[in-house]
Write a new protein. Structure first.
Length: 291
């Protein structure tokens, strides 16, 4: 039972000791996540549910503007996802190969998710943060002008493949379109595209190219807001509200709930791992799927 008078989401955090007991028995939570679960409530919310933490600062009338409860996993679900992202002898997480074109891409049976975003949005940093429980994974960065940018494929155990797409630049967005279009349009096992937007500056003209592409191909995609540690709370809230409005009014295929993250503080990383585990069908056995 949630403590009386608390919103259900926050009340859930008061159940932590019991939840933690269950988590430890059932899923042998990683040590890192066990430490997260020991954090004081406010810090835990900020780290694991950053949108929920931001919502506290909205005036009551506009609270409905964040779609917080569409993906609202329990701490046990998040712990399960952590184990999927933890490299072990049985759960190999590794870089597989790179490709410049779809016909060079490895033929992989598992569900796939891909990450796209303009150069400097924080894509490599985010992927490194997602793979922090697999420290041997090398996230390759190819930023030198003139160097061919490639799609990089990473295997996450028997669960799914994560694809790091080339960043699209300010000067040559058409290169990105050529390289990525076929992949997005034709990759059969692509389950979800994660479109990264810098939370400091919001949606830029070049981001619209990726949005339009996802919309045109009717892809299910998700907006991830990077670098949330960089702004003041006021500025971040303003940006998040603007982006939320954009998603609500200008998109069809975008998942309505935003995923704010920081690769520096790790805020939002656990929730994003859980969402990826869910949409690739790997939390199914738990009896739910949100999306
Ligand atoms: P990419 O070009 O999209 O792969 O971007 P990078 O991951 O290389 O990040 C671009 C710059 O933003 C680098 O200087 C990173 O250190 C910085 N950066 C990336 N993510 C974050 C973040 O979450 N917080 C902060 N403060 N800086 C970040």
């Amino acid at each position: 039972m949630a403590a009386p008078g608390l919103r259900p989401g926050l009340g859930r955090l008061f159940e932590m000791p019991a939840a933690l007991g269950r988590v430890r028995r059932a899923y042998s939570t990683s040590q890192a996540f066990a430490e997260v679960l020991r954090l004081p409530k406010k810090q835990l919310t900020k780290l694991v549910f950053p949108l929920q933490e931001l919502e506290r600062h909205l005036v009551p009338d506009s609270k409905h503007e964040f779609h917080l409860k569409i993906f609202d996993p329990s701490l046990e679900d998040i712990a399960r996802a952590e184990s999927i992202f933890t490299a072990t002898a049985q759960n190999r997480i590794e870089y597989l190969s790179s490709a410049e074109r779809l016909d060079h891409a490895p033929a992989l049976p598992r569900p796939e998710v891909c990450f796209i975003g303009r150069s400097n949005v924080g894509k490599s940093s985010l992927i490194k943060a997602l793979f922090s429980l697999a420290p041997d994974v090398e996230v390759r960065v190819s930023k030198k002008p003139g160097h061919t940018k490639k799609m990089n494929f990473f295997k996450v155990g028997k669960y799914f493949t994560l694809v790091d797409m080339p960043g699209y630049g300010y000067r040559a967005p058409e290169d990105f379109v050529d390289m990525v279009e076929t992949y997005l349009k034709e990759r059969k096992n692509l389950m979800r595209t994660f479109l990264l937007v810098d939370s400091v500056v919001g949606i830029q003209k070049t981001d619209n190219i990726a949005v339009e592409m996802c919309e045109e191909f009717a892809l299910p995609y998700v907006m991830v807001l990077t670098k949330i540690d960089k702004s003041s709370k006021g500025h971040l809230l303003k940006q998040v509200l603007q982006i939320q409005k954009f998603v609500d009014t200008k998109t069809q295929g975008c998942f309505p709930q935003l995923f704010p993250v920081s690769a520096v503080t790790y805020s939002g990383i656990h929730l994003l791992r859980c969402f990826i585990a869910d949409i690739t069908g790997n939390l199914k056995t738990h009896g739910f799927q949100f999306s």
